[in-house]
Design a protein around this ligand. Structure first.
Ligand SMILES: Nc1ncnc2c1ncn2[C@@H]1O[C@H](COP(=O)(O)OP(=O)(O)OP(=O)(O)O)[C@@H](O)[C@H]1O
Ligand SMILES: [Mg+2]
Length: 377
């Protein structure tokens, strides 16, 4: 089932009397989540992700705008009738109930034709438990399980009514790094198997990128970009999106476009073919860590003199397959930033060298207006 938002807005009154302004938690959402896809809602803390989920499931009513499930306007339909399964940010299992009863819980209040016998409920609970592979734990209580297992119980509980939409609010935030990766792959598998339209909230860009079919990047209630993870990474619409995606983060410098050339300080880093007909102006230049290319000198050694971009070498960190080259630059957007370039470990870099010099892969260089921070090139 697809979910469509039309001008969806949620404003909260500000409780701080000194500041009259309202908080706009969700600001005119207008877009569509395609049927059967997993969409990652990504943004910093407080940007409105949980509010957006609460609007979809009906726990909050919008100040303005409409929500549609396929062609049905569900804006005024109460939460319990929307057919939505939700895993909350704090996944809150009932501590006094065992796994079976926790999973069965949403089935107990069904009325009329939907009402089930105990046997039917147990069968449904087992079915949901099998999807998340916890069928052996049905008699345990939450405090007798690991965080990851509890997480799966919460997902099974959200799945048990076979919802039309599954909403997951930071479902992995309480897990350790390894379990996080394992569980996120699990969520992807479950979503693939069930084909339930799923919205997955996270502030972790790597998590969103790794499992989403589409990501929605938010800030201050507003959508900044929607696209496939790789598209958003390769074609960010503005400086915020470019900075939010990628580890290590994009390196940002102040520079200028001058006579068809892109310059940082005294260096001309890219020429006319790249700049084309963008007018002269001050800009921010973002370079992804993998966009730096080390150039070899004549004798096959890196002499630190050949590239179009030179910087002060701070450290060389060899990390197996890759080497991280840490450097500083006088034209950093934020003074004193330690920048990082990621190059293959095949490169031999002299850590004693004062200067490191790179060529640049133009596909990994983005130019933003200094005024609007929108992307120019
Ligand atoms: N009931 C409420 N009353 C007033 N303001 C609220 C209410 N709920 C949320 N807000 C405000 O709305 C904004 C968005 O909150 P929300 O919980 O949706 O953010 P979030 O993106 O989920 O953040 P996090 O990553 O920290 O969970 C915040 O500024 C928050 O303080
Ligand atoms: Mg939240």
């Amino acid at each position: 089932m697809k979910i469509r938002f039309e001008g969806l807005t949620k404003r909260f009154p500000n409780r701080n009397k000194k500041i009259k302004a309202e908080v706009v938690a969700v600001d005119h959402f207008t877009f569509e989540i395609p049927d059967g896809k997993l969409v990652g809602l990504l943004g910093p803390s407080g940007c409105g992700k949980s509010t957006a989920l609460n609007l979809i499931c009906g726990l909050e009513t919008p100040t303005e705008g409409r929500i549609y499930f396929d062609d049905d306007d569900v804006t005024d339909i109460p939460a319990e009738n929307r057919g939505v399964g939700m895993v909350f940010q704090s996944y809150a299992l009932y501590p006094h109930l065992n796994v079976r009863k926790n999973i069965m819980f949403p089935l107990q209040n069904l009325k009329g034709e939907q009402k089930m016998t105990k046997e039917q409920m147990e069968a449904k609970a087992l079915e949901a438990a099998k999807i998340v592979q916890i069928e052996e734990l049905m008699d345990r209580k939450p405090n007798e399980m690991s965080g990851g297992q509890q997480q799966r119980v919460a997902i099974a509980r959200a799945l048990v009514k076979m919802p039309r939409v599954l909403l997951l609010d930071e479902p992995l935030s309480n897990l350790d790094a390894r379990l996080r990766i394992q569980t996120r792959e699990e969520i992807k598998r479950i979503q693939n198997e069930t084909k339930i339209t799923t919205v997955f909230v996270t502030h972790d860009q790597e998590e969103a990128m790794s499992i989403s079919d589409l990501i929605v990047v938010m800030k201050d209630g507003a959508i900044h970009q929607i696209g496939k993870p790789q598209e958003v990474y390769d074609q960010p619409t503005n400086l915020f999106v470019a900075k939010f995606l990628g580890t290590p983060p994009i390196n940002v410098f102040t520079g200028r476009i001058e006579g068809g050339k892109l310059c940082i300080g005294q260096e001309e880093i890219l020429g006319k073919d790249y700049v084309k007909d963008t007018s002269d102006q001050e800009v921010y230049i973002g370079i992804r860590p993998e966009g730096f290319v080390l150039r070899e000198g004549k004798d096959g050694r890196l002499d630190g003199k050949n590239g179009v971009f030179s910087a002060s070498l701070l450290a060389v960190e060899v990390m197996g397959r890759d080497t991280s080259v840490v450097f500083s630059h006088s034209m950093s957007e934020i003074e004193g930033t330690r920048h990082r370039a990621i190059v293959s470990s095949d490169n031999q870099i002299d850590p004693e060298s004062q200067i490191v010099s790179f060529d640049l892969n133009p596909k990994k260089v983005f130019v933003f207006s200094k005024e609007s921070q929108e992307r120019l090139i």
